[in-house]
Design a binder for this molecule. Structure first.
Ligand code: CO
Length: 506
């Protein structure tokens, strides 16, 4: 007797859940590699991780998985397109197709090249020597172009195939439509801030902030906004990240600089925002698309919201500043909350993306997007990247990068094969602004709540409106479902104006 669609679906979900379980083992090993592993463990760890990667890829591309998906597609289970079951089938198909379109040879070559290329990049950046990295960038661009060919793109734009890996359903044309008006507004805003002649005193946040107290304060703030430490923890890593191992275990990392308070603190809020998304996913659906994060852009919207829209706001510090002064009496005992607020929101063109303020940050992303598209289209040669980078940077920021280490060599992404990733950072800021705007309307007096240290209403709103859906809707649809509007740069522009017009008397 042939099995029913229900039986086939049950078997499919079982397969997907087992694959996710296996994948989550790599997360534990990856987290350990970045936090506690002694240097001598690197070789053995690489072997462990590549074995797991191979096993996961094999499971993800197994013909049985494809047969099961085909068996349930087109049945009554997939009839209601927005139902969780139909979404699981739709997204399982997407994942299966993407995985099987890539020949094993290409997957292995990419992985191998990227491992070596990252080593070359570390040295090249240290010596600020682009020529050393150039052959690797050429190799990677070549392989990524090949990947785009394998994945395919109906639009005629190969970049779309790469972007789709990080932000499913979004195209370069969509991004351009969103980024162009944002860029025009940002360039004007940043020029107005520069011309205002006002400059907050940044010295405040570079005084001595002992590490132990920073850690304690960061943990207390992450707990207060709603990160659950019974199901997570905070450790130290050279490059901060958040890793959701699975239900009940989400790891955050940060790094400390005793003479730069915002680094670890806002880093922790940022990663806690990612972590609260992971903690808010539907644990029953773990391993299925509806139990996984929607897209990188949506993930980033959660971190940016807590870091910037909440954590860099006045109401937040109305509650936390007296506590901060108690924690750091030497550094802040005599400084006002206004001085501190100005210092943590100072807008200033700078060379390094990860150190950029809320306004200039997005221009860093637009610049990378401007370069990635022609690189993948074949219109920009890797050899010409430094020149085009510096030219575009100067046009956007009005300052000239002094060397490639502070220019086109600063980010790890290209050396790791992550071309198409950058746009998700600025998209994350746009999603965050639009969601926050909507939450503010629906929840009433959020500033009042924040100034009393109450963050539960916003957290619950995010849990219900965004986290619980997982990948049920694609990101563009999710925004419409939640806010009633298509994604637009306007809420972000409005937010930045409200904040900086007041701060800089524009
Ligand atoms: Co992030």
């Amino acid at each position: 007797m042939p099995r029913s669609p229900e039986q086939a679906y049950a078997e499919l979900t079982q397969r997907l859940k087992t694959t996710a379980l296996l994948e989550s083992c790599s997360s534990v090993l990856g987290w350990d590699e970045q936090t506690y592993m002694p240097p001598g463990g690197a070789g053995h760890r690489a072997n462990q991780l590549s074995l797991l990667a191979g096993m996961c890829h094999e499971r993800a591309t197994a013909p049985e998985t494809g047969d099961l998906i085909a068996e349930v597609e087109g049945t009554h289970l997939a009839a209601d397109k927005d139902s969780p079951v139909a979404a699981n089938i739709r997204e399982a198909r997407r994942d299966f197709d993407r995985a099987t379109k890539l020949p094993r040879r290409l997957v292995e070559e990419l992985s191998h090249t990227c491992t070596l290329s990252q080593q070359a990049w570390i040295t090249a950046r240290k010596q600020s020597n682009f020529k050393q990295f150039q052959p690797w960038l050429e190799k990677i661009v070549g392989l990524k172009r090949e990947e785009a060919q394998c994945i395919g793109y109906g639009s005629g734009v190969p970049y779309d195939a790469l972007l789709d890996a990080f932000e499913p359903g979004m195209t370069a044309a969509d991004v351009t439509r969103l980024f162009t008006p944002l860029r025009d507004e940002l360039v004007k805003l940043i020029a107005a801030i520069r011309d205002s002649g006002r400059q907050p005193n940044r010295e405040i946040i570079t005084r001595l902030f002992p590490t132990a107290a920073q850690r304690e304060f960061s943990i207390a703030a992450a707990r207060q906004i709603g990160f659950n430490f019974d199901e997570g923890r905070l450790d130290t890593a050279p490059h901060p990240f958040c890793s959701g191992f699975g239900p009940g275990d989400t790891r955050l990392t940060t790094r400390y600089d005793e003479h730069h308070f915002p680094g670890a603190f806002f880093g922790t809020l940022h990663e806690a925002g990612h972590g609260m998304y992971e903690q808010g996913l539907d644990h029953e659906a773990y391993g299925l698309p509806t139990g996984a994060a929607c897209s990188l852009g949506i993930h980033e919207s959660q971190s940016r919201m807590w870091e910037n829209f909440v954590g860099r706001g006045r109401p937040f510090w109305k509650f936390f500043y007296p506590k901060l002064q108690q924690a750091f009496p030497e550094a802040l005992g005599k400084s006002s909350v206004e001085d501190f607020y100005g210092a943590i929101n100072d807008v200033q063109p700078s060379f390094i993306r990860v150190e950029a303020d809320e306004a200039t940050y997005n221009l860093h992303i637009l610049l990378r997007f401007d370069l990635e598209r022609p690189l993948i289209a074949g219109d920009l040669k890797p050899a010409d990247v430094p020149g085009v980078w510096n030219e575009t940077f100067t046009k956007y920021f009005g300052i000239v990068p002094p060397d490639d280490a502070r220019g086109c060599l600063q980010d790890i992404h290209w050396s790791g094969g992550m071309i198409g990733y950058f746009p998700t950072y600025a998209l994350g800021n746009m999603y965050a602004a639009q969601f926050f705007d909507c939450a503010s309307h629906e929840l009433g007096d959020l500033p009042g709540a924040f100034s009393r240290g109450e963050f539960g209403a916003l957290k619950q709103w995010l849990n219900e409106k965004i986290h619980r859906h997982g990948r049920r809707f694609r990101a563009q649809k999710l925004v419409e479902v939640v806010t009633g509007q298509a994604l637009s740069p306007q809420p972000l522009v409005k937010h930045l104006h409200q904040k900086f017009d007041e701060l800089y008397h524009l």
